[in-house]
Design a protein around this ligand. Structure first.
Ligand SMILES: O=C(O)c1ccccc1NCC(=O)[C@H](O)[C@H](O)COP(=O)(O)O
Length: 205
């Protein structure tokens, strides 16, 4: 089965069109403040409108109140919300009830410490395991994850790049991958060639 691939932190039409043409399953727009990749809702909408319905559009949030998340998600026209922060199971349920697919992003260390009943309570649509500082291009210590792997399919993020995605997927066994920094020439600036290389490398799996 083909691995699910998301290219995150897109800010230009070229990068969106290249990701879609390369065969990405999802594209991400950062709607959290304070990142060089942050877009306002109208800018994200202009990009999301270039994406065919077969490709998932994801708004990325960090530590924002649920009302703000839903408002930005509606105004930007994304289909899914990726929540990095202190969201609760009821936030996840409310976002789902509002019609969004919810990707719950958790740092690998916090996930390892999460009791099984808390994991079950979230009932997110997809689980993304990431480094502690999302979007920073850092990998994480995988030892706790290997010792107690998630009991559900999950997406790997954090420091992925064209030259390590095959190895890390082989070692950790996720069903999907998410990349931002590893397909950039400088922080916040996507490299179209690296986007193509990353999707091709993930497709070889
Ligand atoms: O990209 C950001 O600046 C960002 C800001 C706030 C929350 C999340 C953010 N990014 C998330 C991602 O781009 C990815 O889901 C993931 O963390 C992979 O990032 P990277 O390690 O840079 O490939």
């Amino acid at each position: 089965m083909s691995i699910w691939v998301k290219i995150c932190g897109l800010t230009t039409v070229d990068a969106v069109e290249t990701s879609v043409a390369a065969g990405a399953d999802a594209v991400g727009f950062v709607l959290a403040p304070g990142s060089p990749r942050t877009l306002d809702a109208p800018s994200a909408r202009r990009l999301a409108e270039r994406v065919p319905p077969t490709v998932e559009t994801v708004g990325v949030f960090r530590g924002q109140p649920l009302g703000e998340v839903l408002d930005l998600a509606v105004r930007s026209g994304v289909r899914s919300v990726q929540l990095h922060g202190d969201e609760t199971p009821s936030d996840v349920a409310a976002a789902r009830a509002a019609g969004f697919r919810v990707i719950r992003a958790v740092d690998a260390g916090a996930y390892a410490a999460e009791p099984e009943e808390a994991r079950v309570a979230f009932a997110e649509d997809a689980l993304l395991i990431d480094a502690a500082d999302p979007g920073a291009g850092a990998t994480f210590d995988a030892a706790p994850l290997l010792a107690a792997p998630p009991h559900r399919p999950w997406i790997l993020a954090g420091g992925l790049a064209p030259d390590n995605v095959e190895r890390l997927v082989g070692e950790l066994g996720p069903v999907g991958v998410d990349v931002s920094s590893g397909v950039e020439s400088s922080r916040g600036v996507k490299d179209l060639g690296l986007i193509r290389e990353f999707v091709a490398a993930a497709r070889r799996l």
